[in-house]
Every structure is written in C-alpha cells, then in structure tokens.
Design a protein around this ligand. Structure first.
Ligand SMILES: NC(=O)c1ccc[n+]([C@@H]2O[C@H](COP(=O)([O-])OP(=O)(O)OC[C@H]3O[C@@H](n4cnc5c(N)ncnc54)[C@H](O)[C@@H]3O)[C@@H](O)[C@H]2O)c1
Length: 369
C-alpha cells in the first residue's frame, strides 16, 4: 500500500509518541507536517523527527493537500474543534483520548466526519497492547470460562503539563485523564456490550492546592450480561507509570502488568538516562522498560489506522467508541456526586464538562431516563 501521509497537531508528549510510532512502521505511513502554536516548537519537533513541513496554526496544516490523516495531540478542550475543522478539510482524523469534553461535542465530531465521508479514529492504544491483546485472545477462546470481572488500573504521580490540572481545559481529573483508558478497556474486553450502570468514588487526596480535579478514582461498571469492570486511577502514585489488568472467570484468571511486568529489575547507585514514563529517578531499584511504545501498542494502533484509511481494515476503535467512554465518564462523575449508582443511558444536556456532575450533583439528576 502507498504510505498514508499524516499531519500531527501538537508537538509535545503525545506528539512525540505518535511520530516515533509512525517511524516504527515505515511501510504504512509517514508524518509530513506538524502544527503547534508556540513559536519555534513545531520547527524543533519537525527537525527532531525529520518532518518536512511545520506550522504554528493547525488550519494551515489542514490546507495541505498532501495530508490524508490528521493526528490530534492537543489538549482535550481542542479535540472537538480540530476534528470538525479537519473533517471539513476532507482529512481522516485520529483523535487522542478522551474523545472530547462533552457528549454534544462527541455527537458533533461523529456527524462532521460522517458528513465529510472521513474516518474518525479514537486512539485507544490498549486495544493494541500485545499483552492485553493476548489476554483477550485467551478469554475469547474460553480459557477463563465466563469472564465475570475485569480490572484495569492506570496510576502515576500526576500529569506533566499544567493544562491537565485545569479542569476547564481537561474536563476532569484522573478519571477523565486515565479512567478513559480503563473504561474503554473493560468495554472492549467484555465484547463491547451495553453498559447498564456505573458507580464511582472520587476524591482529591494530595493535589487539592493545584487542581479542582479528582486525583483518586474507583469506578465500577456493570455490563448487560452482569459482568463487572473495575477501573482504578490515581495521580498519587510515585515510582513511574503503573498500567495493569486482572481478568477473572469461573474457569481461570490472568494478570498482566504492562510496564513493570515487561521491565528489567535494575539496581544502580549512579542512575542512568530513562526508566519509564513519570519515573522521577533512575537511582536505586528501578524497572526500566524496553520498547515502551510497542508494549503500549502505539505503533500497532497507527498501523491499523493507516490500513483503515486505505480500506484494508475496519476500525476497531472509532468515534462511537469514544462516545461510549464519554457517557460512562459522565455517569461516573454523576455517581460520585450523587453518592449512588447511575443507570445508562445517561445523557444530561448542556453540561459544560464531566467533572461538573461531581461538583454539582443537581446537574446529574436531569440525566437519567
Ligand atoms: N494515549 C495516551 O496514552 C496518551 C498519553 C498522553 C496524552 N494523551 C492525550 O494527548 C493529548 C495531548 O496530551 P500531551 O500529553 O501531548 O499534552 P502536552 O501538553 O504535552 O502537549 C500538548 C500540545 O498541544 C499543543 N497545542 C496547544 N494548543 C494548541 C492549538 N490551539 N493548536 C495546536 N496545538 C496546540 C501544545 O502546544 C502542545 O504541543 C491529550 O488529549 C491527552 O489526553 C494520550
């Protein structure tokens, strides 16, 4: 297949990951442009990754006729507008998680892409993480009998950029930032069933001076067939990123630790360059991970999306996936506000951001049908 030409919007953490992941699968795609508003950043990014064109305004990138697919790695509050602009420019879209801030935005993004005849691909890399894919293959084969409980946890010491801590820009805290992965994971693992109800307990344990957002979140999701998903998230865990799953059925179980479980238990008195995302030190005992992007599934995800653009594969993660996650996020924040289980469908209108449903439970009451 001819290489899919990609333009990246954003030039920092996730943009680096996408650029490196595309380079890891050079037959299917190439990054040809990057856009980022801070003067000098897009240019530096382009030089670092060998990308020919760079812009400060993403709308210039959208006018580039060569670009077929736009990867959005900008803050959450910009996802909807950039997606809609990209669709109108005739570009396929890969949108980073979470899909957007509100359910109305999710609808508008899906509509804009459908109207323009372009794909809206939702970047949930856990659907491609080799260890988690293996766990799902075994479950689908029947290795664990009927799976009744799936747990996914993602925890670290807190985000790297200020905007994550500002709920006006992020839409919420650890649940919004990390829980979107676990919600998507449980839903995918259990066969994309309907969600029946959601119960969540949220709190701000250590970062109250910095954010209005939750920094500890436990979410329990009840699916149509009675199976349960449990999602645990934290911005209070030092020692590097923790991403793991547990799967239980009546005939067996499996456990997978994506990073520490694929690392080299290492002791160094002097330290070394890099161990794992969000680890603050490499001295003493650490767990340096190798092939970090591959272990997460990012190159595999981008290869799949490139093949979808060429019509060779059907998206396994799209705008509808992101909307399912968004509705569960709404229900989880509402549940924490109301102090009880929330049943789906749950579509309160006119909510400015998911976290408002926790802070102002009266808003949550108008969502249940
Ligand atoms: N899939 C994952 O595991 C994963 C990991 C990290 C981040 N993300 C998601 O990726 C997105 C970006 O996160 P990040 O960690 O890279 O944040 P970041 O702060 O490191 O980078 C954000 C980038 O967006 C750019 N930006 C800001 N305003 C812009 C605008 N108007 N137009 C174009 N670019 C603009 C910034 O200049 C910066 O380059 C978020 O939605 C985040 O949730 C996903």
């Amino acid at each position: 297949m001819t290489k899919v030409k990609i333009g990246i919007v954003g030039s920092r953490f996730q943009a680096d990951c996408i650029a490196a992941s595309v380079k890891a699968m050079p037959d299917e795609a190439e990054v040809v442009a990057v856009a980022s508003p801070t003067p000098g950043n897009a240019e530096a990014f382009a030089r670092r990754h060998g990308i020919p064109r760079f812009h400060t305004d993403y709308r210039e990138l959208l006018r580039d006729p060569a670009i077929e697919l736009v990867s959005i790695t900008a803050p959450n509050r910009l996802h909807a507008q950039i997606t809609i602009d990209a669709a109108r420019a005739g570009k396929h879209v890969v949108c980073e998680k979470p899909l957007c801030i509100t359910l109305e935005e999710a609808d508008a993004m899906i509509d804009a892409c459908r109207t323009a005849g372009v794909l809206l691909l939702y970047a949930e890399e856990l659907f491609f993480a080799p260890k988690y894919v293996k766990a799902k293959q075994m479950a689908d084969e029947g290795a664990f009998g009927r799976v009744h409980l799936v747990k996914q946890g993602e925890k670290h010491s807190g985000p790297h950029s200020d905007w994550f801590w500002d709920v006006e820009q992020s839409g919420g805290g650890a649940l919004m930032d990390l829980g979107c992965h676990g919600i998507a994971f449980c839903w995918w693992f259990l066969g994309k069933q309907k969600v029946k109800s959601v119960y969540a307990h949220l709190s701000t344990q250590t970062h109250g001076a910095r954010t209005q957002g939750d920094d500890e979140a436990i979410t329990i999701i009840e699916f149509e067939d009675g199976a349960i998903g449990v999602v645990e998230n934290s911005w209070n865990r030092p020692g590097g990123m923790d991403d793991s799953i547990e799967v239980f059925g009546d005939k067996g179980q499996t456990y997978a630790d994506l990073l520490m479980g694929n690392a080299l238990p290492t002791y160094s008195e002097v330290g070394f360059g890099y161990a794992v995302e969000k680890a603050s030190t490499t001295k003493g005992w650490t767990y340096p991970v190798y092939e970090e992007h591959w272990n997460y599934g990012f190159p595999q995800e981008m290869r799949h999306f490139a093949r979808c653009v060429r019509g060779e594969e059907t998206p396994i993660s799209d705008g509808e996936t992101g909307r399912v996650v968004q509705e569960v996020l709404y229900a989880a924040y509402a549940s924490a506000g109301l102090g009880r289980k929330v049943t789906l469908p749950f579509r309160p209108q006119g909510i400015a951001k998911p976290i408002d449903l926790w802070k102002r439970p009266e808003l949550a009451q108008r969502g249940e049908s």
